[in-house]
Ligand binder design. Sequence first.
Ligand SMILES: *Cc1c(COP(=O)(O)O)cnc(C)c1O
Length: 390
Amino acid sequence: MTSHIARNYAPLPVEIASADGAWTTDTEGRRYLDMLAGYSALNFGHRNADLVKAAKDQLDRVTLTSRAFSSDRLEPFAAALADLCGKDLVLPMNTGAEAVETGIKVARAWGYRVKGIPEGRAKIVVAENNFHGRTTTIVGFSNDDDARADFGPFAPGFVTVPFGDADALAAAIDDDTAAVLIEPIQGEAGIVVPPDGYLTAVREVTRSRNVLMIADEIQSGLGRTGHTFACDREGVVPDMYLLGKALGGGIVPVSAVVADEDVLGVIEPGQHGSTFGGNPLAAAVGHAVVTMLATGEWQERARRLGEHLEGRLAPLIGSGVTELRCVGLWAGIDVDPSLGTGREISERLLARGVLVKDTHGQTIRMAPPLTIRPTELDWAVEQLALVLRT
Ligand SMILES: *Cc1c(COP(=O)(O)O)cnc(C)c1O
């Protein structure tokens, strides 16, 4: 039968019918351990009881008002999220790409209205091999050919520098630079961790040159790295956080831009918006997510489980694994090309009941839900070891 789904994805051959915690079940009743967790959108597991309860309670009250009216859910959510981030204001959107687009608009408006950049000249410095989403503006400053080719013309105003090179970044800044936009750890690129001190150096140069530091924490934030934000690893506080994925608890899309009044306060009524952004259902779920993160227990759990996972994966280096990058409960595993492509390894793992996804050819990304048990991690790594031996 011919599918009616546009071919913008090449999913692994599995049809998931239900899920609970770290486990999914397909239409034939086969069970799979989810070691991808929706690219970190499912940090708290499938159908997390607290989050499902928050959603169900809200479904019985009010789900959508549009921002033409206020709901009793938005202010408590915004206050809690601002508090988690140590910032003043929250601008709620839906998807990650929208949060990035919003961040770009805010940074440009700040550049003209606060910094005094001459009209039409604002520049934003970005990093090579970035992934910030799929809109036309965002793919315009990607250097991934699949993401860009035939989708131009692209918006000007972006300057690309190598990721992890603070000197190159400093050299790219001039009087027209409004912001630096980076992922503190590059997720789609294969869990690429910058050298120690990079984020600190970016923070120092942006502060001294009066440039905003925007951290895209859409994948790295909200517990994944063993910290609330990947920037916390260096004690760095950016001017703007871009959040998404896990903020929606795996239930609804929820994203947000979080910054102080002197930055996000530049946006006035009518200058930006979204029909669904900040809707009561999203706010109820997002608030429940923030409440869970406020105690620090999930971050601690990610740290502990991450050490466990790294300990199990490390012996595979030289036995099918050529390089391993682990941060919190997040692993980029480069597989020896002679054993197959990342895609082939993912398919072999699927046959053994483990869900992972390849990225950029030879890399397997593991980002299991933070609810997973150490014994389940052990089992997943055993399956990987078996797959690499065949
Ligand atoms: C996933 C992701 C995005 C885009 O989020 P969508 O919800 O898919 O639009 C942006 N930035 C980073 C770092 C991401 O991982």
